[in-house]
Ligand binder design. Structure first.
Ligand code: P6P
Length: 336
């Protein structure tokens, strides 16, 4: 007889991990779960529902907003606001953080930072995309309006983080600081089922993910690491395999399962990297460390220890199997 452990049951079972949560975290996750199910439905028929293509406007990043970007943002914002446990959100699609003003929300203990649909430019070409989320306890007093300082917390203060990957199947992978677990959505029964318990990234790997089209813009150490990956050496199973989907969640997820490294480093084109610290780098860093991996911005700079100064600040990201991250770190430390 098949044993099905749903996400809801799993969270309740693990409630003891957060005695002070008293059900709030469960409620928070149920809102994320609901929005993810709705997005699963819309993404899988985007081409039919006129939800592909650009809206014709730009987000705060100056990037063309895709119709599904806007749709995903509204869906997650509404789902999160419904639960009184959240007092506000910050989103890649919103220039300012969003205050939830209803009385029930003013008492909310948590804030959520979210990239509602990462890699959305891939939608039109039917490539996997994802949602990334990060959860903190608020630092402002209960009963008051959420403030910017509630969002500008270092990643080491995260209460939970995770992603939804809308791929060949839809999965939700998350951590609350007690390991990483993966759930696969079964649309025939409308639930996320535990499919990848206690995920751990292999200590070493043979897959590297980087946009080599930016080679000329990379610092010397990164160039030398790319060449290192491409050299023949049987003892270290090189040359490695290059895999780059152009969707952080997809590249991250594959490397988490198989071992590997994802790099979006500093470059002359992106001096501070391209990815956003608060709702891309920090949640992925929390997840990878909980799965036994590493995440740095630069040599000696752990992502989770970075003190944020701006909501949408960019940050270099080198994340994956610890031995691979250490190797890149040594190249950059030596060659710049
Ligand atoms: P590039 C998608 O826009 C994203 O934020 C990540 O999901 C992805 O890994 C990266 O940017 C791709 O950027 O410059 O290689 O196209």
């Amino acid at each position: 007889m098949e044993i099905i452990k749903t996400l809801g049951e799993f969270i309740i079972d693990r409630q003891m991990d957060y005695p002070d949560a008293s059900g709030e975290l469960t409620s928070l996750f149920s809102s994320i779960r609901l929005a993810a199910k709705i997005l699963h439905r819309e993404i899988n028929k985007a081409g039919l529902a006129d939800l592909t293509g650009a809206v014709g406007s730009e987000n705060v990043q100056g990037e063309q907003q895709q119709k599904l970007d806007v749709y995903a943002n509204e869906r997650f914002k509404n789902a999160l606001a419904q639960r009184g446990v959240i007092c506000g959100i910050a989103s890649e699609e919103e220039e300012q953080f969003v205050k939830f003003e209803e009385t029930k929300n003013l008492e909310g203990k948590y804030v959520v930072l979210i990239d509602p649909l990462d890699g959305s430019s891939n939608i039109d070409v039917n490539v996997s995309v994802g949602t990334i989320f990060s959860v903190y306890h608020r630092v402002s007093p209960l009963g008051s309006h959420v403030t910017e300082e509630d969002f500008l917390q270092p990643g080491n203060k995260q209460v939970a983080a995770g992603y939804v990957i809308y791929g060949s199947s839809t999965m939700l992978v998350y951590t609350t600081g007690n390991g990483v677990n993966g759930f696969t959505y079964d649309p025939t029964i409308g639930v996320f089922c535990l499919s990848h318990p206690n995920l751990h990234i292999p200590e070493d790997g043979t897959i590297y993910s980087i946009n080599e089209g930016n080679y000329v813009h990379f610092p010397e150490g990164v160039k030398k690491y790319i060449k290192y990956c491409q050299e023949e050496d049987q003892a270290t199973k090189r040359p490695y395999t290059s895999r780059y989907i152009g969707s952080l969640v997809s590249d991250f997820h594959r490397n988490l399962i198989k071992g590997g490294i994802y790099l979006y480093p500093t470059s002359s084109r992106y001096p501070n990297g391209k990815l956003r610290l608060l709702y891309e780098c920090n949640p992925m860093a929390f997840l990878i460390e909980q799965a036994g991996g590493k995440a740095i911005a630069n040599p000696g700079q752990r992502i989770l220890d970075i003190e944020p100064t701006q909501l949408h600040q960019r940050c270099p990201l080198i994340v994956g199997s610890p031995k691979m991250v250490d190797k890149v770190e040594s190249f950059i430390a030596e060659f710049g």
